[in-house]
Design a binder for this molecule. Structure first.
Ligand SMILES: Cc1cc2nc3c(=O)[nH]c(=O)nc-3n(C[C@H](O)[C@H](O)[C@H](O)COP(=O)(O)O)c2cc1C
Length: 169
């Protein structure tokens, strides 16, 4: 599968089959996160794979009590240590972790899995469930697993609407 094929196959999976993710597949996913770029190569991050069913259960209330989150065999959490603002004004750590999570989730597609990003999480509750130290910021959370059914991504704006070459005239 090419990267583009993975991008095209992706859709937000919100219901997972009762099937575990093979450890070797999960290891590949985590490796994709480890190898992702970070600002100044600082790598001040941890990518957490939550696989313990008891912890997944406890993650549901930390994820706005969304029931289907508890059907996922894996929940990925990317957190960053400290932060600094880059010249561009953006948080280096937020950008790092979102890139890391993107790499991991695309690798999940290559492994035949599905995922869904979650903005519906309470960072302090996630911290408590996963024992994340205070100097880490919980940036990104996503569910991963085999989809319970087939699906397709939502419609996207046209090339004309979102792609610009050179100036935005
Ligand atoms: C930053 C971010 C946060 C998201 N948060 C949630 C969420 O909390 N719950 C949810 O069901 N989907 C969430 N999504 C998934 C989006 O709703 C989904 O990507 C969008 O509707 C487009 O659908 P598609 O991914 O199938 O193309 C999130 C996606 C992103 C990128």
């Amino acid at each position: 599968m090419t990267v583009m094929e993975a991008i095209e196959a992706r859709w937000s999976v919100r219901s997972y089959a009762d099937r575990p993710v093979e450890p070797e597949k999960l290891a590949q996913i985590m490796e994709a996160g480890r190898l992702a770029p970070t600002a100044s190569n600082e790598q001040k991050w941890k990518h957490i794979a939550v696989t313990d069913p008891e912890l997944i259960k406890k993650m549901v209330p930390a994820c706005k009590n969304v029931g289907w989150v508890g059907t996922a065999p894996v929940i990925l959490v990317s957190c960053s240590q400290g932060d600094r603002t880059m010249v561009c004004g953006q948080s280096a750590r937020t950008v790092d972790c979102t890139i890391g999570m993107s790499y991991m989730t695309l690798e999940a597609i290559e492994q035949g899995l599905g995922f869904c990003w979650l903005g519906w999480f309470y960072p302090e509750k996630v911290r408590e469930v996963l024992n994340i130290p205070d100097d880490y910021m919980v940036v990104a959370v996503a569910t991963v697993g085999y989809p319970a059914h087939s699906g397709h991504r939502s419609s996207k704006k046209s090339t004309e609407e979102v792609i610009v070459y050179n100036r935005m005239d």
